[in-house]
Design a binder for this molecule. Structure first.
Ligand code: IDC
Length: 568
């Protein structure tokens, strides 16, 4: 093939107009003076944390009985972004950001601890790094999906807390968080008293066992509806003097004064200790925004009440809540999660959200840097059209297909003739330097609200074509993801479709010189044992083209996205 006839990447990149980062909305220190706060107090000074009742309110206090506010960051899932576990990063968090706490998010499902036990070693490494840098460490058993902490997926919980507490016996740095977010995902817990009783039934024996083995540490327990119901816990607390209840909010979804806020106020009045073990500047899905004014209102409220908080999360993943600059094709490289031996990330290595979180952890003013990659030139795509399935693009529209907001590739989407009929195409050039994380360079294109069901079909099939400008090594891995509301809005085909770029010669060649494959996904084989019934509604379809060590630059196309009864 004509490998070197074009300058590498030039053609793909020429078509690209750099996409702007969302410019942070104004944060307002005048309206919310409580966002400016004194520096945090470290474990070397504060010692073991204990809850003390003062004037009808419960406060988390240090060994001398004065209130200690915890402010810091959470890791992203340690199965996905372990690179944050490095000495320079923890030093930067402690010294440059002024954090006195770090949260280690250990997912159990989604390739977490249950199937990937190495993440526990990573968590332990994180605890050690936190101790070394004089920060408290939150051991987060990240219950997310399914939503019932008693579900069989979480059967190792007791043993896990036993092991960690034996490794760090009654160590004052360690805080145990027993269940990130109980919720209704089946098998789940209901958003009411009965749901809380389920959580309590799970948590109580672990609390008892920790105490019986001599661990007096602060323990945090999540609440139903994704830790939005501390009021339920306040009405029926766990019988232990050193348990605080978690609440979580995302400032674009959970507005100041609304539902979660009211539950927090209620629980505060009832006199239980509260801790915000996760909040984000984005919407609840981790993306969109950032919503900094709303975040200011929340932080002001938490700071004034001395409530500790943790921002989600330390990742370069392309999502607004991520604190570090993600890779974006044609605009910027990803930051490294290791800031280097100077122990500082430069301001533009942070995302707008990360820059904001750092200022608020420090308790200092938020003065965002100007971002070089902001562009006001809008990208022109082919006409959007209506979500249509099967998608054949013959009407010349995109039939509803668009970039997923967090897609690191956001090049113009075209509808042109490719391989004998109209197809949907876009330019891609994978970077030489591969950023951390698996999907960080992958175009993610989706059709929303297409609302189809597979009926009797077993497969979802699409034609995938490429016009390479360069393709000499590595592979492409096409992933099919779906959003069926009844399956928690996420289902992923078990088997990806892999294209070996070193073996292009054996691929089908179209009359117009493209390479073509028929990518077929078996809908009866989904990750995590999920099942798509014949009539299960699939709201959205997403195609992700993952870079496996490849130097691919050129145009990719999809066509004839369809269901199939059996292979043709
Ligand atoms: C999100 C991550 C995202 C990941 C998703 C599924 O940001 O990259 O794909 O989990 O595992 C929570 C959860 C937290 C979520 C976060 C944002 O505790 O795991 O992280 N969120 O959606 N609760 C509310 C929001």
């Amino acid at each position: 093939m004509n490998r070197n006839t074009h300058t590498p990447r030039a053609i793909a990149l020429a078509a690209l107009i750099s996409l702007s980062f969302a410019v942070p909305l104004a944060a307002d220190e005048k309206a919310y003076p409580g966002v400016l706060a004194p520096a945090t107090v470290r474990p070397s000074k504060a010692g073991a944390l204990k809850i003390i009742a003062k004037g009808g309110k419960a406060q988390i206090c240090g060994r001398d009985g004065t209130q200690v506010q915890l402010r810091g960051m959470s890791t992203h899932g340690l199965q996905w972004f372990p690179q944050i576990l490095n000495d320079n990063a923890f030093r930067a968090l402690a010294v440059d950001w002024g954090s006195n706490v770090v949260r280690l998010a250990m997912y159990v499902t989604e390739n977490g601890y249950a199937s990937n036990p190495v993440v526990k070693d990573r968590l332990v490494e994180g605890v050690r790094l936190a101790i070394k840098h004089d920060m408290y460490a939150i051991v987060d058993w990240h219950v997310l999906s399914p939503g019932d902490p008693n579900a069989k997926d979480y059967a190792l919980a007791r043993e896990f807390f036993r092991e960690i507490s034996a490794l760090f016996p009654n160590d004052p740095h360690v805080i145990y968080e027993l269940c990130n977010e109980p919720n209704g995902n089946r098998p789940g817990v209901s958003n009411d008293e009965a749901g809380w009783r389920q959580v309590k039934k799970y948590a109580e024996p672990i609390v008892k066992e920790l105490r019986a083995s001599g661990n007096q540490n602060l323990i945090i327990v999540g609440s139903p509806n994704w830790s939005q119901r501390p009021d339920l816990a306040a009405d029926d607390p766990i019988d232990d003097a050193n348990v605080a209840y978690a609440f979580h909010f995302y400032s674009g979804s959970h507005l100041p004064g609304a539902y979660v806020w009211q539950k927090v106020e209620y629980a505060l009045e009832k006199g239980v200790a509260l801790f915000c073990s996760e909040w984000g500047t984005s919407e609840a899905n981790g993306d969109g925004g950032p919503y900094l004014d709303e975040a200011d209102a929340w932080i002001d409220m938490m700071n004034r009440n001395g409530i500790g908080w943790i921002n989600w999360s330390m990742t370069t993943k392309s999502e607004t809540s991520g604190a570090f600059r993600p890779y974006k094709m044609g605009a910027h490289e990803a930051a490294s999660l290791d800031p280097g031996s100077d122990g500082k990330w430069a301001p533009d290595e942070l995302s707008p959200s990360g820059e904001y979180a750092r200022a608020r952890i420090k308790g200092a003013r938020f003065v965002p840097v100007a971002r070089k990659d902001a562009s006001t030139v809008p990208i022109e795509h082919a006409e959007e059209g209506y979500a249509t399935f099967p998608s054949d693009f013959e009407d010349g529209t995109r039939q509803g297909w668009s970039w997923f907001g967090g897609s690191p590739v956001q090049s113009p989407i075209i509808v042109v003739n490719a391989g004998g009929s109209k197809a949907l195409g876009w330019a891609v050039a994978y970077p030489e330097a591969k950023p951390e994380g698996d999907w960080t360079t992958a175009p993610r294109i989706m059709v929303s609200n297409v609302n189809v069901s597979r009926k009797t079909a077993r497969y979802l099939t699409l034609d995938f074509l490429v016009k390479p400008e360069r393709a000499s090594r590595g592979a492409l891995r096409i992933v099919l993801a779906m959003a069926p509301p009844s399956l928690g809005y996420w289902a992923q085909a078990e088997d990806d479709f892999v294209i070996d770029l070193e073996d292009l010669a054996s691929a089908e060649r179209t009359a117009d010189g493209l390479y073509r494959w028929r990518a077929r996904f078996d809908l009866t084989k989904l990750k995590e044992g999920k099942k798509l019934k014949a009539d299960t509604t699939i709201r959205d379809l997403t195609v992700v083209v993952v870079d496996k060590g490849s130097d691919f630059a050129g145009t990719m196309f999809i066509d004839n996205v369809r269901f199939e009864e059996s292979p043709r």
